[in-house]
Design a protein around this ligand. Sequence first.
Ligand code: NAP
Length: 288
Amino acid sequence: MIILVTGAGGMLGKDVCLATAKNGHTVIATGRKEGLIPLDVTDTRQTQEIIAHHRPDFVLHCAAWTDVDGAERDHDGAYRANALGAWNVASAASHIRAGMVYVSTDFVFNGAKNQPYTEFDEVHPLNVYGSSKEAGERLVRQILPDRHMIVRTSWLFGKQGNCFPKTILRLAESRPEIPVVADQIGSPTYTPDLAAKLIELAENPLSGTYHVTNSGQCSWKDFAEEIVQTAGLATKIAPITAAEYRERFSSPTRRPAYSVLRHLSLEMRNMDNLRSYSEALSEYLRAD
Ligand SMILES: NC(=O)c1ccc[n+]([C@@H]2O[C@H](COP(=O)([O-])OP(=O)(O)OC[C@H]3O[C@@H](n4cnc5c(N)ncnc54)[C@H](OP(=O)(O)O)[C@@H]3O)[C@@H](O)[C@H]2O)c1
């Protein structure tokens, strides 16, 4: 297959390109960074031209505005990247009858459920980032009703970008104690594991919505403790509340208190779940 990746210079995009090539597919790596085929997904004409020129079988749409606090300050910017971007990519894919994987987020939920969200639960985003990603979901479903897969994931970490474990390890070098939020629960997800599943879905397409995260759940504080312990460090993790975090770090964003995703679509299709986030974290810490 020919697979075109948007946002190929991002944390997930890079691992998706690696997974695509590993599975023997041809990868068309696009993005705004040097070394990639230039593609700004907010540019309607450029998106049409690049996708029509390369004629991929599938577009794996990893490009997104991921600055959650920044989205609260620039609503239009977030919607342009996440909604118009998805709209452009889906329209261009539609013209050449390609399939599309749209990577979405646990932030489409408000966290009030207290048990894992399935793909069939109603969405209620609490913040602009979540709303703009959810708008992207709707556009993709409308434009490509029979050739889309919406894949919601959460708490990404990987070697190819800035992520929570990297920040904790950096802070642990200079601080005896790190304050971390203890009242938000989710599922950390390792980008190489997610990337492999995205390719598996493209190889076995069935239009619909999917939840894909590593297995297991924890708070950010639990995750930070696991990171320092697995790395063999003595740094103490001090629990704080999400409200304290928002005040201390001037964050304007409301985040869901509970955003664990159940992988019901994968289960119903008899597809394997990803391994536990703890196993993935050990691999992340062992990798150079
Ligand atoms: N990170 C998480 O915890 C998380 C959780 C749930 C879901 N997700 C979703 O997972 C996907 C990948 O996220 P990530 O963590 O890999 O994010 P990332 O590292 O920030 O990568 C996003 C990429 O999108 C590119 N991009 C932004 N606007 C663009 C535009 N207009 N045209 C083309 N490229 C553009 C960025 O390029 P520049 O570097 O040039 O800006 C960047 O390379 C996103 O859809 C995100 O919403 C992420």
